[in-house]
Ligand binder design. Structure first.
Ligand code: GLY
Length: 349
């Protein structure tokens, strides 16, 4: 069993990355000394696949289990869904000593985590991510949120889970589209911190060739995120590196009202766009944008989009990485070497 510890003092927790661990999740959590009620929040895609197995493992470990399922999709991550989740918690009779378990992708993890952070002024929760994107990114680090009409993740909190249980076998049932979505974040880690990972992804060159080692890839990404979060939990410095490709990517998602483009596809475009600009300004080694584009394409991410550039960058002014009128853009000097470049909106023009 591969275990990483996110060291955050009394908020430290383990990330377990292990094939078959969905069936062991209850035991893993019970070993933390937890007992009592566990409420599993999931969605309509994941429930038929994994809810029985995970609920069974918590019951076998001695928990009193209840569960609720929400419609799958980004629309569920809306502020209005919080009321539905709170009413599920109330119907289940959750008290402060009970546990919320989020079983699903980033939408369920972020929404369920935020509901846990705010219900009764804060319940403990455990993340069991089942998509690649959630396994390598959103389940680790304690950022929980819902979307508001003005933008993504605008109402949220830092609320660390008590454990993250990752079963790479859960990725076998993901469609190619969902797998590609997560690969954008995997490629991002290679870009900002790990040239060797980037090279290994290039050598594999396809989902099929990567499948044998996907557990190691997930572990490696989680380890990078662990180290970054330990040094900058509150996202005031180094953690911004994790947003490589996201400034333009988020603006693109906003342009499409979060409907016509996936997060990963938008981030892939964002990585190409920001590298292209930075190469022209001499801020990034020449050739990186082409290398990133080729790698993204081999994992089903086109890095292309037809949205008018001038319209998309209008959305950049409301990005959360803007601090006091200043805009921080995440760049790479070369593959594996990310840095934060303080600039202003003119960077994009
Ligand atoms: N997904 C970016 C972060 O956790 O900071």
């Amino acid at each position: 069993m591969a275990v990483l510890t996110v060291g955050l003092g009394d908020r430290s927790y383990d990330i377990t990355v292990e094939r078959g661990s969905l069936a062991a999740a209850g035991d893993i959590v019970a070993r933390l000394g937890r007992r009592g009620r566990a409420f599993i929040l999931t969605d309509s895609n994941v429930a038929p696949l994994w809810l029985g197995k995970v609920a069974g493992s918590f019951k076998a470990a001695g928990f009193d289990v209840s569960s609720g399922s929400l419609p799958a999709g980004e629309k569920t991550k809306a502020f209005g869904s919080l009321m539905t989740v709170y009413s599920m918690f109330a119907d289940a009779g959750l008290t402060r000593s009970d546990l919320v378990v989020t079983l699903g992708g980033g939408v369920i993890g972020d929404l369920g985590g935020f509901a846990a952070a705010t219900y009764l002024r804060g319940l403990d929760y455990v993340q069991i991510p089942t998509t690649l994107l959630a396994q390598v990114d959103s389940s680790v680090g304690g950022k929980v949120a819902v979307d508001l009409p003005w933008g993504k993740n605008l109402s949220g909190a830092f609320w660390q889970p008590k454990a993250v249980v990752i079963d790479p076998d859960a990725l076998d049932t993901l469609s190619d589209e969902y797998f590609s979505d997560g690969m954008a974040e995997v490629i991002k880690y290679g870009c900002i911190r790990d040239a060797e990972l980037f090279g290994a992804l290039e050598s594999a060159g396809s989902r099929a060739a990567l499948s044998e080692s996907i557990g190691d890839v997930v572990y490696r990404c989680c380890d990078i995120k662990r180290a970054v979060v330990e040094r900058d939990e509150r996202d005031t410095g180094e953690r911004m590196l994790l947003n490589f490709g996201h400034t333009y990517g988020h603006a693109l998602e906003r342009y499409y009202d979060y409907e016509k483009i996936s997060h990963g596809a938008a981030v892939a475009v964002g990585m190409r766009v920001v590298c292209g600009i930075a190469e022209k300004k001499g801020l990034t080694e020449k050739g990186c944008a082409d290398r990133i584009t080729a790698l993204c394409r081999s994992y089903g991410l086109s890095c292309e989009d037809k949205a008018p550039y001038g319209e998309v960058i209008k959305g950049i002014s409301s990005d959360k990485k803007n601090l006091g009128g200043k805009l921080n853009v995440v760049l790479i000097r070369s593959v594996g070497d990310g840095y934060i470049y303080p600039t202003d909106r003119r960077f994009w023009q």
